[in-house]
Structure formats: C-alpha cells, structure tokens
Design a protein around this ligand. Sequence first.
Ligand SMILES: [Zn+2]
Length: 371
Amino acid sequence: MSNTCIGKNSIWLTAGAVLTALLAVILLLSPKVLASDCDILDNKNHSSRRNLPDSAINTDQAPRLTINPDAAEDIPLPFYKLADNTYMLFGNISTLNKQNRGFNANAGFIVTAQGVIVIDTLGTPVLGRRMLSSIHCITDKPIKFLIVTHNHPDHAYGAAAFRDINGITIIAHRGTVDYNRSQTLESSVAYRREILTKDMTGFKPLQADLYIKAEPFEKKRIRLGQEVIDIYNTGKHHSFGDLVIHQVNRNILWVSDLAFNQRTTYLGDGDSAQILKAQDWLLQTFPNARLMVPGHGSAQTSPFPMVAKTRDYVSRMRKTMGQAIDDGISMLDAVQNVEFEDWQAVPLYEMNQRANANFVYREMEKAYFDE
Ligand SMILES: [Zn+2]
C-alpha cells in the first residue's frame, strides 16, 4: 500500500469525521423541544388542570407544581402568555422544598423580531435549563439579554444555564458583586446542594456583563426589536440590590420583590425604609401601568392591591418594632409577641413573621442610636 493511498483514505476519513461532527453540532444547537411537550397557557380557563391556576393575572389560585427530579432537562416548564410576545412562568407560592425544587418564584421572557429578553431564571441550574426549553416552545431566536432582578436564589440560581449562550448580555444590579462575596451566598448554595444535589449541577455564582450602578430610581435603557426596556435601580430594598423592569411600549412592569402577591414578604437582607420609598416611587411613576408582574404570586392590574398590602405589612412591622424600642421592650419579647392576625392565613406568614420582626427591630434600633 502506497503512502498516497493511505493519504487519500485518511482525507476521506477526516472529511467524514468533520461532517459527522458538524451534524452533531447542528443537532446539539437546534432546539430539541417537541411541540407536544410544550404547555403554553392563556389566561382563560384551565379548570381541568388541578395543579395550575386558570390565569396568571388577578387570581387567588396558586400553582402546585411538583418538579420531577428525574425529568429530562429539555422538557419545558409550563408558562402563561401575559400579552403579545410576553410570557410568565408562574412559580409555586412556597418556600423551597423537594417538591417544587426551586420553582417557587416567577420568571418571564419577551420575544422580539431580533431575539429574546429573559427576566429572572428560577432557583436552580436545572430549572434554568428547562426554562430555556420553554422559550424554545415559542421561538428559535437567540437570547440576547438576561436581566436578573436581584441576587436571591429563587430568582438568580438558574442563571448558570444562560451564562454560555453565544451573544447574550447578562444584566444585574451591582449589589450582586457584594452578594457573591458574602457568607449568604456560601450558606445558601451549601443548603441547596444538600437538598437538591443534582439540580445544582453546573451552578456558578451569577456573573453579569453589565452591572446597573445608576442612582436610585434612575434607569438604563435597552432596545431589542420592537421592545424598549427601562431597567430601574430601586436600591437595596429587598436584597443586596434590586431592579424594576419596564416594558415601555406595552407598559408592563416587572416589579420583582417590591410587592408580594398571595404571600407574606421576606425582610432579610434589604432595607424596610427603602421598600416604602420605592413603592411610593413605583405608584407615582407608573399610575397607568397595564400590568405589574411580581416575583411571587400572580400578575395584577390597576390599582395593584398587592403594593398596598405589602406596604401595609412593612409599615406596620416598622411601627410595631419602633414602638417596642421606645417602650424599652427587649428584642426577644418584641419578636415573640408580634402577631398580625389578618396575615395569619397568608402563605409564609408562620415562616417569615418572626424573622421579619427580628430584622426590622435591629433596623429600628440602629436608626434610633444613629439619630
Ligand atoms: Zn423572591
């Protein structure tokens, strides 16, 4: 056998290998989602679906989705159409557990002629990857922006699934950098790795391409296709730094955890005075918003009772704890005795009430001594 012959054979072999590799890459890149797996809900009537509310707008019902830990990652999560080209994944109203596996906050996406804008990522890399499959139910257009409203796990830990997407710009609040250096990140990741080991595969702390550093209530504008999106810095009200997103043309606001719907808020690493300030700003700036989409609970139309309700809870907690400090009541006693009877039936009250009281007592005490 001559060397020439071996040479020709190997050229063909190489060409064959290249073709196979190309085919594999094409197959890998093309969305594998089958239309039959897609669960796209309108806002009409799904009474046959006992685990999903009829609508994701102005409803008292809550999703009760159980996430199968063995489900393939290309199986889309169900989602609702909120408006033309605007979609919401409606999370369970619950704390993290082995049933919801981190699907306990909302997320969404907006489809334009030029690509997709994603808002928040759910609570684990696996859910982030399944959310990508949900997006592929609607479009094959590239994902151009991911905006993470704040660093909390239930909104941000799916972001790892988006990090390596070609051409994506990830946008987050500057406070995310502080969060990544904090003990809170370490302990929350350790907790999730313990109870949701497999779901955390591929987890990396959120690294953004663009950090929002604007002054409080200032905005950064992005455009994609027909959409104009304003991203407002609402300060450090609920986390290390929070954003509110305005879809300008449709007048839809993604308010994240500035207002809670269908559940009790969590005041753990934010600033309760800043919540009140930011809520004032929200209602004054957008009195005619068509829809507000919170981080938890259903979307709402005007007059947005979830804002007033969250506000009432926060201001009552500030007043109660402030009064306790004025009266010389110890933190332990103040926290043990704080009961909001009208909130007792609201989900996550039992879980969050004492922790919230504890946080606000310390805040008010600090303000008292700083005066
Ligand atoms: Zn949240």
